[in-house]
Design a protein around this ligand. Sequence first.
Ligand SMILES: O=C[C@H](O)COP(=O)(O)O
Length: 252
Amino acid sequence: MRTKIVAGNWKMNNDKDATKKLIKSLDKSIKDLSLKNTRVIVAPTFVNLSSAVKKAKKSKIEVVAQNMHQAKNGAYTGEISADMLKAIGIKTVILGHSERRTYFNETDAALAEKVDAVLENKLETIFCFGELLEDRKSDNHFAVVESQLSNALFHLEAKDWKSIILAYEPVWAIGTGETASPEQAQEMHAFIRSIIEKKYNKEVADGVSILYGGSVKPANAEEIFSKPDVDGGLIGGAALHVDDFKAIIVAI
Ligand SMILES: O=C[C@H](O)COP(=O)(O)O
């Protein structure tokens, strides 16, 4: 049975106090949920990671990073390495978010190196990818997604996929209020599983959790999560509000 995951990407929001407060109220609010086979994740900004890890220590909440540099160390101003993250107790890193690809020019090639660094450091990644609106309009979305996955992940060995969580995020649905329909999400997730099976085998394809991201809200979460190949969500805006985030967790 694949692990279900609800991950909140807090992006560049919340100062130290707001981060701790949100973790505290989320902890209180999900304490009594059974969360069988389900992970609840939050990704605060770098500067608040350490205090977030401490705050979440005895809770059901996992704290992860939003990005990581591929080099071990060196002259990379403003960047953070795997060792630095591990030293404060981080085990999982989001990579390839469309905002990183768009605003910080992260390429598939750089992401392939980052994924390698994740694996070398025995970390895990939530690897994001997804097509632009023009790709979907021109019916190119499957080809775009296949190339993003193949360029950044298909050099891995089958065993490496234990450390990979996928997050399909159609860029046109991120922060826009426009969600992919549950059918569109299912169609893409099934396609993703099919190309992984073709490249590797059924065990790898069936084992990898594939999250959907893009304007997931309490009102649409249940229907999206009901699709057989959707194993959870990567949530942006709604993860900043404890009641909305809890409702999405309950939906899974
Ligand atoms: O990382 C999360 C995604 O970018 C989704 O953001 P959103 O839920 O605000 O659309």
